[in-house]
Design a protein around this ligand. Structure first.
Ligand SMILES: [Zn+2]
Length: 602
């Protein structure tokens, strides 16, 4: 039957209303089975006819309404209409249907176990009272209210206690959560790679954690886009944590138990990776309010340096070198039109072409490109990305001359860092030794001391990291610089003889974007190191008009290129270098250094 089909056949019958709060598990009176039995017994005893033939999907079964809801969510909305009536929202949908049936006199009355099953707040109490005043027969198994002023008072009192009870539960839930947060426990579900064994125990997931770690490592190389990494992870068999789907509206109305829905582990996608990479949970932090704090519930999966490399990588625009799902094409996603759309590869008669589906109004006269045309354009640039013998000699001589100054600067910086380290250590000692005095005199509370100690320890970790970095000697670094200078000399040669996949690696290493229009390279954006080198060309060769290619670079020279050589610039050279040799593994920062040390031309 549907709600609108109820005629007058139940106008002398009663409904039973049972309510269960999902936040109040222990209370026996909260159980639907218990309430139902007591209410049916009462109807028999009082000889009240039940609407046993009334079954409406999502509302009631054989005259019995079962409603579940969370007391944690309190209804606070108050609406005042222009006509001057005040409305409040009833969050229990079945209760709402019930009172509308009573009001329309489709049924005679309703049986509740007691007041707190009918009313949760002052507004509900008002509605129940009004229905009684209107002549609806509202019955309570555990209490009978006389139809006089003292009966009304009695009912109001019960209503007040019901509202209070509901508020107490809501408060309990909130306080429990606050307490757990205060203990730096994790009260939410841990991300992929961890298991949930309670708010103080989130162990590593032996199946997923290794893949998650690998995802961070791969992304840090800068050769992967998030989308492709998502596909890679799926190929590895990585799935999200098993979880239940949300119950449908019908299932909620029919009180389908959440636990009866099976948990399913869905495959990951690029969104999973997008949420994963910036999440400090992986370095052992949990979210408390708006901040991240050290967790007592879990250990770090990713070490800090890898995590921060990933954060830097996330900020940069990049082109994926690896494609999981598409055929390999050397310049996929690298070449763009002036309108911003990418050129996509296609093959015709064995020749690879790229075509751009331009935006409307784009003035690109020829939307096709031959792969060899792109290769030629890149080759032209790379051939010129190297120093002449004369330049190189000057760089070497100059850099060697600067070595003493660099070393001096390094030593001073190291001294400063060590002094800093000593101060912080002393501060930590002071706090540890004077904890009790600080507490007793009230100058700091326990939470404050803990926070201060954590802050100092974080600071110390940063200083220690800097010290390790600066410990590398200046001559070692210069060696990298010179080696890289050699390698870059041959960049064009490497490219010319490279295989297709190597071509792609070199192209993505040197450029983030190549813009073609009318089959001509019209501008490009270079990666940091190459950018610097190309800008150097722009600086030094500005008088020679035949070097028009360098004007294509979208990157403006960095103001007056003063000969600022700092140890910090040398530091940018060091990552990755030990991991292997060859152009692909060398740091882009080397070039930046080379540029800054190049002697100015007259
Ligand atoms: Zn276009």
């Amino acid at each position: 039957m549907e709600l609108k089909d109820i005629g007058d056949q139940f106008k002398d019958s009663y409904l039973i209303y049972n309510r269960r709060s999902t936040d109040d598990a222990e209370n026996q009176r909260n159980s639907l089975v218990y309430q139902r039995q007591r209410n049916i017994d009462y109807a028999e005893r009082e000889k009240l006819p039940l609407a046993k033939n009334l079954t409406i999907a999502g509302f009631c079964t054989n005259g019995v309404i079962d409603e579940s809801h969370s007391a944690f969510k309190q209804e606070v909305e108050l609406i005042i209409t222009p006509e001057g009536s005040i409305q409040h929202k009833i969050l229990r949908p079945k209760f709402l249907t019930l009172i509308s049936l009573l009001q329309a006199r489709k049924i005679k009355g309703v049986i509740f176990l007691c007041m707190d099953r009918a009313s949760r707040n002052d507004q509900d109490l008002n509605v129940v009272t009004k229905l009684g005043d209107m002549g609806c027969d509202v019955r309570f198994v555990d209490a009978s209210y006389e139809k006089n002023s003292s009966g009304k008072l009695h009912r109001r009192m019960d209503g007040v206690f019901a509202a209070h009870f509901s508020e107490v539960i809501s408060e309990k839930v909130k306080n429990a959560q606050k307490k757990l947060r205060g203990e730096r426990r994790c009260i939410y579900a841990a991300p992929v790679g961890y298991l949930d064994k309670g708010s103080n125990n989130k162990p590593l997931d032996p199946e997923r954690a290794p893949i998650v770690k690998r995802i961070f490592e791969l992304y840090a190389t800068g050769n992967w886009s998030i989308r492709q990494l998502g596909k890679w992870a799926r190929d590895q068999g990585l799935t999200k944590k098993p979880c239940r789907r949300k119950r449908t509206k019908e299932e909620i109305a029919n009180n389908v138990d959440v636990a009866s829905i099976p948990k399913i582990a869905r495959p990951v996608d690029h969104k999973t990776i997008e949420y994963m990479l910036p999440n400090p949970f992986y370095i052992g932090k949990i979210k408390i309010g708006k901040n991240y704090e050290d967790s007592i519930a879990h250990q770090a999966l990713i070490d800090r340096s890898l995590f921060f490399t990933v954060q830097d990588t996330l900020k940069k625009k990049r082109v994926s070198v690896y494609y999981i799902d598409k055929d390999f094409h050397t310049y996929r996603e690298i070449a763009h039109c002036t309108c911003g759309r990418a050129y996509s590869p296609y093959i015709q008669k064995g020749i690879i072409y790229y075509r751009c589906r331009c935006k409307e109004g784009c003035d690109n006269g020829d939307q096709n490109l031959n792969e060899s045309e792109i290769t030629a354009a890149i080759q032209t640039i790379l051939n010129k990305v190297h120093f002449t013998e004369e330049e190189k000699a000057e760089i070497e001589r100059d850099a060697k001359g600067e070595l003493a100054k660099i070393s001096e600067h390094r030593d001073k910086t190291l001294d400063d860092l060590h002094a800093k380290q000593r101060t912080i250590l002393a501060d930590i000692d002071y706090i540890v030794q004077n904890k009790i005095t600080l507490l007793r005199t009230g100058s700091m509370d326990a939470e404050g001391i803990m926070q201060e100690q954590r802050r100092l320890e974080d600071k110390l970790a940063l200083v220690n990291k800097d010290i390790t970095v600066y410990a590398e000697s200046a001559p070692e670094m210069l060696k990298y610089v010179l080696t890289f200078s050699e390698l870059v000399r041959d960049a064009g040669l490497h490219f010319e003889h490279a295989l297709d996949n190597e071509k792609r690696e070199i192209a993505t290493l040197a450029f983030t974007e190549l813009v073609f229009k009318d089959r001509q390279l019209v501008s490009y954006e270079a990666q940091d190191g190459f950018k610097a080198l190309l800008q150097r060309k722009a600086d030094t060769d500005s008088k020679k008009s035949e070097h028009t290619w360098d004007n294509l670079s979208q990157n403006q020279p960095p103001g007056s290129s003063g000969r600022t050589r700092t140890y910090n610039q040398l530091l940018t050279l060091r990552p990755n270098v030990t991991k292997g040799s060859g152009l692909y593994h060398h740091p882009r920062g080397v070039l930046r250094y080379l540029v800054s040390t190049a002697p100015p031309r007259l």
